[in-house]
Ligand binder design. Structure first.
Ligand code: NAD
Length: 255
């Protein structure tokens, strides 16, 4: 039981294919107490039963574009928990029209939306979470993609957002390190989820990675969850500011 009694807040469960859901299940198995957030009534119908099946201590609405909703997550949690140990940030969004064609498809508004939901939300959540995380040796984890570093067809503005997210991991690690809070990211290989379905030609990327990655397979939500467990637990007590690839080794290949 690597997470016995740890209080974990998970942002980013949409359905049973979500990477955040695999993380929630494994953390529950490892003894964590969970708070799970959802966005909007449509997703609440899917998320609530999933969260209840893990005896979640709290199931809270949170659209990360709203500081009030983020603050209310932590004020609700302050009523039931004495603190928070672990944050999982598995949230990203870009308009569908901008996830096809080239980067020149990006609009000013679309850029702002992708950055707000996919990058600023991590800063906003950590600002709100910090008072409850002090003095507990906790950690936060976000999810990135190799499109932050290299060009992938149609990934476009989301590649820019992931590059900014990875920089945010380093700046947050420096800012929160003196409080004993560790910040890391997993750069996951392509996985079929709701978010991935928005990327035009996603299956082409998936097939390419499957044929070229050293492990010759795509990765699963469970692969990501296993690495998330290590990075979030005390096993990784000396690790912060890291972008950890869980991609079957794809990123090391030249040709
Ligand atoms: P998903 O669709 O299951 O999860 C995305 C989540 O973002 C959803 O739960 C959605 O509700 C949430 N979200 C979107 N807008 C929001 C808002 N305004 N407020 C609050 N939440 C909002 O898909 P996923 O693939 O599990 O994505 C999780 C993370 O993993 C994302 O950051 C994604 O970019 C990243 N990632 C995914 C892949 C992949 O191939 N699936 C690869 C690398 C990284």
């Amino acid at each position: 039981m690597l997470l016995r009694g740890k209080k974990v807040v998970i942002f980013g469960v949409a359905n049973d294919k979500s990477i955040a859901w695999a993380i929630a299940r494994l953390f529950h198995e490892q003894g964590a107490e969970l708070a799970i957030t959802y966005t909007g009534e449509a997703l609440e119908k899917r998320v609530r039963p999933l969260a209840e099946s893990l005896d979640a201590s709290a199931i809270l609405s949170c659209n990360v574009t709203s500081d009030e909703e983020i603050d209310s997550v932590f004020s609700e949690l302050a009523r039931i928990w004495d603190g928070v140990d672990i944050i999982i940030h598995a949230v990203a969004f870009a308009n569908k029209e901008e996830l096809k064609g080239t980067i020149l498809s990006t609009t000013r508004q679309g850029f702002a939306t992708a950055m707000d939901i996919s990058v600023y939300s991590f800063l906003a959540i950590m600002k709100a979470a910090r008072p409850m995380m002090l003095g507990r040796g906790g950690s936060a984890l976000t999810l990135s993609y190799y499109g932050a570093m290299k060009v992938f067809p149609s990934y476009n503005v989301m590649g820019l957002a992931k590059a900014a997210l990875e920089a945010s991991v380093r700046y947050l690690a420096e800012a929160l390190g003196p409080d004993g809070i560790r910040i890391n990211a997993i750069s996951a290989g392509p996985i079929r989820t709701l978010a991935a379905a928005g990327v035009n030609g996603f299956h082409t990327i998936l097939n390419h990675v499957e044929s070229k990655a050293p492990l010759r397979r795509s990765i699963t939500q469970e692969d990501v969850a296993g690495s998330a467990l290590y990075l979030s637990s005390d096993l990784a007590s000396g690790v912060s500011g890291e972008i950890h690839y869980v991609d079957g080794g794809y990123n090391i290949i030249g040709l």
